[in-house]
Design a protein around this ligand. Structure first.
Ligand code: GLC
Ligand code: GLC
Length: 814
């Protein structure tokens, strides 16, 4: 069953019924002001930090799931009937309900008894506000009189405190109402210098700012008292729950359309200019008022919307492909790239599954996310790298997370995830390959944000590398610390107390448990770092990295190979994890994919055999599961991984993030058919027709699809904010399609299915547009390149020396 369809020409997903299996969401904003919005207008907004600057309130895990949002109510003054054009929260049966999720905007509309209403929600570029542009049309043959009510519930800024500290919070809410604009100013009188505002373009018939007055006692959002009676109460919030609601009356002749624009925004004032007049307690609105006035004009709104579209045309235009597979094209050209930008902006903080209060920006996560967005926003990628590196510890280790508002390492979680430092090397290498901006390596960056500790970024990479060499275990493999890529493989945790965090509890010394995964990552990092050192003229240092990498490869061959696949780890007792000797969890995906993509075993048959074992033991029609057999009981020595019921999350779920490692490994062995087949199994667009089973949005990846041990095999969960976005984008564009930035130029080395006659692509790279045409002349992956008609040897196209900005590349596969 399908709940909508793709409109690729407009880059939209069109949802045609509101009762999707789960809320299907989109993101508003791409710089500092952000929101999530569902297909029924649910969701919330925040400024920069989803926890510390939450603008509107949202209650997670509600019933129904998604309640609370950017709601409009309409009321027919004659019949007294009222409804929500976005279906929720009134849930009246509507005609022609349509939600169009596009690039940075969402449009929701429907018709009820001849009254059509459509709302466009978006955040203009360079502004800290969102627009709700409502158009109401009378499709009846007779005139109609309507009341329209807007409604937003304000959050008292710190979303964590807001949801817990009611003894205080019920007494602090404050608003001002001036010229029909509702200003939310809780805590402004003392330590805050920011407020929110909610404005309306039309003359008001009334307003409300106290939730319980607007709704009435014992009523929910589905039948607010003000809407039911057709008149606001003019309530002024003192404590309790401040809201913003405007009431507008409309008369529409047959066929007539009227627009109402609502603007919800965030404003900061300098500390010494907070009040107007000075010395009073009245919010100084002089910075907010001109912005409000501008965006209440429909012409400014339309111009801002056009600018937003142009912005996305620019970002997505950097890499466009035309292959024989519609799902590949759609994901590469539109949705996967778009999701990569969402993970850049949000990391893992705010989605329908990430509450915005729990996690900041992950060190590991954000570095990997770079693989998916660096080509679209190189200067911002540079800034992200510097921010991440500034949270690195002097030991070379890293805080596992940092808070976006303060950019400081998060002490609650701390460090000692021993894979973390290497992701910085991977991230910086991706940046250099894309941009050729070697100056980043000389940028002075502090450790742990400590002023005075600045060293060139390059030294941070050196320390990352050394960090592992100083932490090798009994077999010479890297010690795992609290966890490696798999946050749930907690070999030093030994937690037997409910409520303990598996990620931050450490009951063992940590001097025995080793990770074969980190070994693979180390081998990859060694190669990347050696190539960087070589180009900095540090030949000896480069040789050292390569030698250490080779030594680690040898260690993996000796102590990390189980006969038919790579081992996963050694636990605190020195016992194997991910071995045929184990009763459960005999084989894991991570080391098969990652060791192979790092180049381990490519020449001695081990990589090929490991991938064969993946096919035999881990592959399902819905993707590749994380391990088998699933853990059926809790293993104290393994931690959180064995706490999930079989088939979910890291316990044998299809953890989509690591499927691309196998995909990339398959391309390294020249298996284009296998690579694309695995790619298609988890491609959300290719799963659209099984939306009833998949349940999550068909336009973005989810972190997990339930594995074969789960009763719900094939059901996705945790969409949007996942490393899956970047890794799949990287796998399809750089390894299957083979358009791969390298340190010296753009490499073209596709490994596509045998049945593909070829494909076309345009890729903007270091200021040059490459028009790439690939044709198949034989079944293999041997590449013959000609550039602007001239044959070149090898697979790398170097930037034109003569300043040309358009280059035509013809690749023939045989
Ligand atoms: C989550 C985390 C990521 C981790 C993965 C596997 O996606 O964000 O850091 O690698 O789970 O545990
Ligand atoms: C939980 C999740 C895992 C995530 C981790 C982050 O353990 O299962 O996916 O990486 O939290 O701390």
């Amino acid at each position: 069953m399908e709940y909508g369809r793709f409109d690729d020409a407009n880059r939209e997903y069109i949802i045609t019924r509101p009762d999707t299996p789960l809320p299907w969401i989109n993101y508003l904003g791409c710089q500092a002001y952000f929101g999530i919005i569902s297909n029924t207008a649910g969701g919330y907004s925040f400024y920069r930090d989803a926890r510390l600057r939450r603008i509107s309130r949202y209650r997670y895990n509600n019933a129904p799931y998604d309640l609370g949002g950017r709601y409009i109510y309409l009321r027919d003054e004659d019949s007294r009937e009222f409804w929500s054009p976005s279906w929720q929260p009134v849930q009246r049966e509507l005609e022609g309900y349509v939600c169009r999720h596009g690039m940075g905007y969402t449009i929701i509309g429907s018709t009820y008894k001849g009254v059509e209403a459509q709302t466009k929600y978006f955040v203009p570029l360079d502004e800290d506000l969102e627009i709700w542009q409502v158009a109401v049309t009378n499709r009846r043959k007779t005139p109609v009189k309507l009341s329209a009510f807007s409604c937003i519930e304000f959050c008292l800024w710190d979303a964590q405190d807001d949801a817990t500290n009611f003894q205080r919070n019920f007494s602090i809410g404050q608003v001002e109402i001036e010229d029909g604009v509702i200003y939310h100013k809780t805590e402004y009188r003392e330590r805050r210098n920011h407020f929110a505002y909610f404005a309306c373009s039309e003359p008001l018939a009334g307003f409300d700012t106290q939730r319980d007055v607007f709704l009435g006692p014992y009523r929910g959002w589905d039948r607010p008292a003000a809407v039911e009676r057709g008149e606001s109460f003019q309530s002024v919030a003192h404590g309790w729950a401040p809201i913003g609601s405007h009431h507008v009356r409309l008369s529409l002749a047959p066929g007539e359309t009227k627009q109402i624009v609502f603007v919800l925004g965030y404003q900061e004032n300098p500390n010494d200019d907070k009040f107007d007049p000075p010395g009073s307690q009245i919010v100084n609105k002089k910075r907010a008022k001109p912005v409000i006035a501008k965006y209440l004009k429909p012409a400014s709104v339309d111009a801002a919307f056009q600018a937003l579209r142009t912005y996305w045309d620019g970002l997505l235009g950097i890499c466009q492909v035309e292959t024989p597979d519609v799902h590949t094209n759609r994901m590469v050209n539109i949705w996967n790239a778009y999701q990569c930008m969402a993970t850049f902006n949000m990391s893992r903080s705010a989605s329908f599954y990430e509450s915005g209060v729990g996690r900041g920006l992950g060190f590991r996560d954000s570095n990997q996310d770079l693989l998916g967005f660096v080509h679209m926003v190189p200067p911002r990628a540079r800034e992200r790298i510097i921010d991440l590196a500034a949270t690195q510890l002097p030991t070379g280790g890293a805080y596992h997370q940092y808070q976006p508002l303060t950019k400081r390492g998060n002490n609650d979680v701390g460090g000692n995830f021993n894979d973390d430092p290497h992701w910085l090397i991977v991230g910086v290498a991706a940046y250099l390959k894309e941009t050729g901006d070697w100056s980043i390596l000389d940028e002075p960056v502090p450790y742990d944000n400590e002023p005075g500790s600045e060293q060139p970024l390059y030294e941070h990479l050196q320390r990352s590398f050394r960090y592992t060499l100083e932490r090798l275990g009994p077999h010479g493999l890297p010690l795992i610390g609290r966890a490696d890529w798999n946050d749930c493989l907690n070999l030093n945790c030994f937690s037997d107390t409910p409520g303990q965090s598996f990620q931050t509890t450490t009951n063992k010394e940590g001097k025995v448990a080793e990770s074969v995964f980190i070994a693979g990552l180390f081998v990859l990092a060694a190669k990347e770092l050696a190539a960087i050192a070589q180009r900095r003229g540090l030949a000896e240092e480069a040789a050292h990295y390569l030698a250490e990498g080779a030594r680690m490869e040898e260690t993996v061959r000796r102590h990390g190979w189980d006969g038919e696949w790579f081992l996963r780890a050694y636990d605190d007792f020195g016992a194997k994890v991910g071995s045929r000797e184990c009763e459960e969890g005999k084989i894991f995906i991570e080391t098969q994919g990652f060791c192979a993509l790092a180049g381990i075993g490519l020449n001695d048959g081990r990589a090929a055999q490991a991938l064969e074992s993946v096919r035999k033991h881990l592959a399902t029609p819905h993707g590749i599961v994380l391990q088998q057999p699933a853990y059926s009981r809790y293993h104290l020595n393994l931690g959180e991984i064995s706490s999930y019921p079989p088939g979910y999350k890291e316990n044998a779920g299809i953890f989509c993030h690591n499927n691309p490692w196998v995909i990339i490994a398959e391309t390294m062995l020249g298996n284009g058919d296998a690579a694309h087949d695995y790619y298609a199994r988890i491609n959300p667009s290719a799963r659209e027709q099984i939306s009833d089973l998949h349940r999550c949005e068909p336009y973005v990846y989810a972190q997990m699809i339930a594995g074969r041990d789960a009763p719900t095999h094939g059901e996705a969960k945790n969409s949007w904010l996942t490393g899956t976005a970047a890794w799949n984008y990287y796998a399809i564009t750089q390894w299957i399609l083979g358009i791969r930035p390298a340190l010296d130029g753009l490499e073209i080395s596709p490994c596509v299915p045998k049945a593909w006659p070829g494909f076309k692509a345009t890729r903007k790279y270091r200021g040059v547009t490459y028009h790439i045409s690939v044709t198949r002349a034989g079944e293999g992956n041997r590449v013959a390149l000609s550039v602007d008609g001239a044959r070149v040897s090898g697979t790398i196209v170097t930037p034109p020396a003569d300043g040309r900005t358009e280059v035509f590349v013809q690749a023939t596969l045989s």
